[in-house]
Each structure stands twice: as C-alpha cells, then as structure tokens.
Design a protein around this ligand. Structure first.
Ligand code: FDA
Length: 387
C-alpha cells in the first residue's frame, strides 16, 4: 500500500471535486475516506427496484447554477435534462402555485389583479409593521408581504420547520420574501437548470472513476486519523466541531426525517413537490420523484409511485446534520472553530459540514474548484504551505 499524496475526508460534491481535480490535473494519488456505505454525500440517489423510480435518499436535489465554470465542469461527467423545478403548496383544501406570484394572489383573494393592483394590495397589507422595527420573524414577514399571505403561506410552514411559533423566532432568519407580480412560477432563477440524465449516482461515480483515486467506504476518518494527520495534506469535509472534539461546544443542526412509501396509483399528486402549509398537517412537504423525470415514463412500472414525506426537527446525537442554525450561540462557536481550522497544519476544511454553511451543489463545487486552484495547485506545484 502506497501513501497517498492527498487524503479527502467525505465523498460529497465538495470532496469529489477536490479529488477529481487533484487526480486528473496534477496526477496526484488521492485517497477518499467516506463513512457511509456509498459515495456522493447527500446528492446520492438510488433507483427503486420495484418501480424503477430514482429516489433521492437525502431529500430532493435539484441542480441549478448561473456559474459558467461550474456548468462547464459538471458536464464533463453528465448531461442534464431540461427539467425546470416548480413547487406547489396546499392550504385549506386548495393547491396554490409557489413561489408567491400573481396566480397565487388571484386565487387566494378570489379575484383577478393586474400586476400594479396586486403590488398596491400587498404594500397596503404589509404596512402593518415597519421592517426595521420587526421584533420577531412574524412581524418581519408581515412587514414584507402582509398578514393574510403570511398566515397562509409562511406561518404554518415555518412553525413546522423550526418547531417554534414564528413569534419566538429571530427576525434575522429571513431577509426577503420575494413576491412575483407575474405568472412566472419557475422556482429557480438560474441560467442553467436540469437533472443528471442517468441519475445522480452515475454522475458522482464518474467523478471518482480515475486510476489515481481510491475510495475507502464505511470508514470513519477518526478511526484512521493517526495514519494520515500531519503526514499528508488532508481536505476535510466532515463536521468541523467533531474534528476539534467539540472543544468549543456542539454546533446545532436541523435534520429531516424522510418517510418513504410505495403507493398503488400511477400518479399521486401530479407534480414533484407539494408543500403542506396547514399547521395541523405534521409533515412539511410531499415529494413524488417520478415527476422529476417525465422522460423516463416508459421505464416506470405502471400503477405505482414512490412518495416521500418530510418531517423537520432539531438534530439529536446520531441524526444526519442537514441545515445549520443561524443563532448567536452557533455564530460564536463557529468563529472559534474557524480560527482553529485556520491554524490546523496541513488540513483544509471545506464543504457544508466543514464550514457550517448551507451550500447548494453548485456552490459546493464552485468553492472546491476555488480551493483547488488557490491552495492545492500552488502547494503541489510550488510547495507553498497549505493554509
Ligand atoms: P455532503 O454532506 O454531501 O458530503 C459530506 C460527506 O462527508 C458525507 O458523505 C459524509 O458521510 C462524509 N463524512 C462526514 N464526516 C466523515 C468522517 N468523519 N469520516 C468519513 N466521512 C465523513 N443542493 C442543490 O443544489 N439543490 C438541492 O435541491 C439540494 N437539496 C438538498 C436537500 C437537503 C436535505 C440537503 C441536506 C442538502 C441539499 N442540497 C441541495 C445541498 C447538497 O446536498 C450540497 O451541495 C452538498 O451536501 C454539499 O456537499 P458536501 O460535499 O459539502 O457535503
């Protein structure tokens, strides 16, 4: 067994991008250490055997970017379909088109509005609070979109997401609540959008498929840390607080429970994602994966569909950490960890868990490409230290 030139901890899109670049551009031997039984991090998916439907194991993953470099890079490994994401929301027995737009406003208030009429209506309803004076999330939301839309489309959903009354949540959690005064209901505004034609896992596996890359699955880095720490450069994409033994305390995360079910109907909800805005419905949304790939219709088993319900809660010991929580307490801790990370010799910290930042896939890839060019390439080519 030869010593690798670089160890990458975690095989999510951040780790894979680093590994692929070092292997293909610098001809370095890379060892990827992954504690799960599969590569790909949270973007991983599987084709359900019974129905032929691709199921995203860690929640829906929609690819979108306006970054030309990222778009060129990802297409080395996969083509993308022309899927454009749409989201709907159920409230009191009706289904509305999200994000909030003219169709939703007209349906909700039961009459047609011109864009200017709708704008005036929402501005009038939003005048109840001044944004700068909002004391909590509820007042801030009302100051942005008015009470009626807040109570229908933000209040119940937010309360479920945070397990807290929005009156008890910080106004800083939201900065804007976009309302579109058009009928445009495309969810993302990015220039490029689509889903990997052969599925996420085929894409992720192609990134790792290089003779210079070795993948060690089912291996927690901390069980082999002494073999590599201080001996070879390491790019670490696991939780930053875990790396430092939680010395500044645990960072808190939100997690999502995913309850999957195969139903004996061809089509359950007619679209991929429907939010549950009613406060008494315990889940936050329902996902029906077959709708993400209408082009695969002839490969699906007729009369069957896969539906996943998402339940949001605070992560406990052993749960998957999904979303960082922006509170003063966590902000203080992360500053301490960032400082420790900067000083850690021969180790670079990256990705969602390594930086305690929510990163979309395109952001994780962009950030890894930057780390590769600014830190790893100079290190390997000119011997500059890894900091
Ligand atoms: P990621 O979490 O993917 O990978 C980290 C890897 O490190 C994991 O495989 C983990 O097992 C491993 N690891 C951690 N500690 C380790 C240790 N000690 N030893 C070994 N291995 C270790 N993005 C987007 O663009 N569109 C979308 O629709 C979504 N949707 C979405 C839903 C949900 C619920 C989440 C949580 C995230 C998304 N994302 C997304 C974000 C997307 O998943 C994101 O880009 C990646 O998580 C970022 O990749 P990373 O490589 O940073 O982390």
């Amino acid at each position: 067994e030869t010593t690798p030139d670089l160890v990458v901890v975690g095989s999510g899109l951040f780790g894979l991008t680093i590994a692929e670049r070092a292997a293909s551009q610098l001809d370095k031997k890379v060892l990827i250490i992954e504690r799960r039984p599969h590569i790909g991090g949270n973007a991983y998916s599987e084709f359900d055997e019974e129905t032929g439907i691709e199921v995203h194991k860690y929640g829906t993953h929609l690819f979108h970017t306006s970054n030309e470099k990222v778009w060129d890079y990802v297409r080395k490994f996969t083509d993308f379909t022309d899927y454009k994401h749409k989201v709907f929301g159920k409230y009191k027995g009706q289904v509305y088109s999200l994000p909030m737009n003219l169709a939703l406003i007209n349906q909700f208030f039961g009459k047609s509005h011109t864009p200017d009429e709708a704008r005036a209506l929402i501005a009038e309803q939003a005048s109840e609070f001044k944004t700068e004076e909002a004391q909590n999330l509820e007042e801030k939301a009302i100051s942005l979109i008015g009470r009626p839309l807040y109570e229908a489309f933000i209040k119940g959903y937010t309360a479920k997401q945070w397990e807290k009354d929005p009156k008890e949540l910080s106004p800083d959690i939201i900065t804007r609540l976009p309302v579109r005064y058009t009928f445009d209901n495309r969810y993302f505004n990015d220039k490029y959008e689509g889903l990997p034609v052969d599925g996420y896992t085929a894409w992720l596996e192609r990134m790792a498929d290089h003779p210079n890359i070795t993948v060690m699955l089912d291996t927690d880095f901390f069980t082999v840390v002494d073999d590599y720490k201080g001996k070879v450069p390491i790019v670490y994409t696991g939780p930053v607080d875990e790396y430092f033994g939680y010395s500044a305390g645990k960072l808190s995360w939100r997690t999502v429970d995913l309850e999957s079910e195969i139903l004996d109907v061809d089509d359950y909800q007619g679209t991929g994602v429907v939010n549950a805005n009613d406060p008494e419905v315990p889940f936050t949304r329902e996902l029906e994966f077959k709708h993400l790939h209408p082009e695969r219709a002839d490969r699906y088993k007729p009369g069957k569909t896969v539906v996943v319900r998402e339940y949001s809660r605070f992560a406990q010991e052993g749960d998957e950490p999904y979303y960082p929580i922006n509170t003063a307490d966590n902000r203080e801790k992360i500053l301490v960890y960032r400082d420790l990370a900067k000083k850690e010799p021969m180790v670079l910290f990256g990705g969602r868990l390594g930086t305690y930042k929510y990163l979309d896939m395109h952001m994780a890839i962009a950030s890894a490409l930057t780390m590769f060019e600014n830190k790893l390439r100079p290190h390997f080519e000119d011997g500059t230290p890894l900091t």
